[in-house]
Unconditional design. Structure first.
Length: 207
């Protein structure tokens, strides 16, 4: 089986896709988003490609849903039935970065959460967390949800301006590795993301 890293988040719209793009490009990995919803706003795969991941390194989504909401509801509205059997990790050589949708307890179906999928995959998870107000609670709850399912946690990657105490206490109380922090970039493109990723993260932590 391939070497896979799962990227999940404490919430939606916190920079998870940007981090996943940076990690995928830095590792020379393939990228896979199992379920994409909200296609009217574009896909995360397209954004990842714009941020430096070659098109031939992007694995097609198992499900592409038009409605911009949780996958379970988007599928119902779109008249699609999500079959968990189609959500096994794709075969292939080399590293694979898999990006979930929203937070760890987002429903894939009415009986399956993303955290349950992570438990089935048994691959290390990077939890992406913002540094702003509320992140301690959201991060520790996410860590507890993953641990309750025996999901291996590689560590926490922060996004945003530095907030030393919040970052430190999440790592300490959650007993997780602090992988680094990706700052907010005034200009976000493939080059600026690659430089920022090399500066703020140690790739050996992800190998």
């Amino acid at each position: 089986m391939n070497q896979a890293i799962v990227v999940t988040g404490t919430d939606t719209d916190i920079g998870k896709t940007v981090f996943a793009a940076g990690l995928t490009a830095a590792l020379g990995a393939r990228y896979w988003k199992p379920v994409q919803s909200g296609l009217a706003d574009g896909s995360d795969a397209a954004r990842v490609e714009a941020l430096g991941v070659p098109a031939d390194s992007i694995v097609p989504e198992a499900y592409r849903l038009a409605t911009p909401c949780s996958p379970h509801r988007a599928a119902e509205i779109d008249g699609v039935t999500i079959d968990p059997a189609r959500l096994g990790l794709p075969a292939g050589d080399g590293p694979l970065v898999v990006e979930g949708a929203g937070g760890v307890l987002v429903p894939v179906t009415r009986t399956l959460l993303f955290a349950d999928l992570f438990a089935q995959w048994r691959r290390p998870v990077v939890l992406v967390a913002r540094t702003g107000l509320g992140t301690i609670n959201h991060s520790l709850l996410s860590i507890e949800a993953l641990r309750a399912r025996d999901v291996p946690i590689l560590g926490v990657a922060f996004i945003g301006d530095p907030v030393e105490d919040s970052e430190a206490i999440i790592a300490d109380l959650g007993q997780v590795r602090r992988l680094g922090r990706l700052p907010l970039l005034s200009r976000l493109d493939a080059d600026t993301l690659a430089r920022a990723f090399r500066t703020h993260f140690d790739l050996e932590d992800f190998r």
